[in-house]
Design a protein around this ligand. Structure first.
Ligand code: CA2
Length: 149
């Protein structure tokens, strides 16, 4: 079993309650439950943290070093602004998969860039809540090559 932390950033606690036409009707709690269950089925022990505060996310990334085997992150709007988050991910030397519910490349120009993408294994966007499941599969395959996960 590998340990994986799923991080969600600012405003993602509102999922399922507002703007369902953009972000879907699934709540963050539902996404977390699905991730925990799917993770177990592919050999991942999944923990979760959502915060609206950049520093809390950075502290969690630092604390993941030597404790977690990989990270999944939807940093919300911090994706497009936070060099501090990028530096934190780079510092812990853990595999990171970046997730977005929406296709950030098909939206406003300011959402096209990501400070996280250069320090991530890869980016999954545009598949709604299912993107987190794809991210778990990507991490499982990365952590256990040849497992078929
Ligand atoms: O598509 C994504 O997952 C985003 O990371 C979501 C962020 C946005 O700033 C990024 O560009 C793309 C926004 C999260 C806000 O979530 C809400 C959920 C429900 C209602 C209002 C906001």
């Amino acid at each position: 079993m590998h340990d994986v932390l799923v991080l969600n950033g600012p405003n993602l606690n509102l999922l399922g309650t507002r703007q369902p036409e953009v972000y879907g009707a699934t709540t963050l709690g539902m996404i977390e439950d699905r991730c925990t269950k799917h993770g177990a089925s592919v050999g991942l022990n999944v923990s979760h943290l959502q915060s609206n505060h950049e520093g809390v996310l950075i502290d969690a990334i630092h604390a993941a070093r030597g404790v977690q085997d990989g990270l999944i992150v939807n940093a919300g709007a911090l994706t497009h602004t936070s060099i501090a988050l990028m530096d934190a991910f780079a510092s812990v030397e853990l595999p990171v998969v970046e997730v977005h519910l929406s296709n950030i490349h098909a939206r406003e120009a300011f959402r096209h860039s990501s400070y996280i993408a250069p320090v991530a294994l890869g980016q999954i966007c545009g598949f709604g809540a299912q993107g987190y499941i794809f991210a778990l599969d990507a991490l499982a395959a990365h952590l256990t090559p040849g497992s078929g996960a």
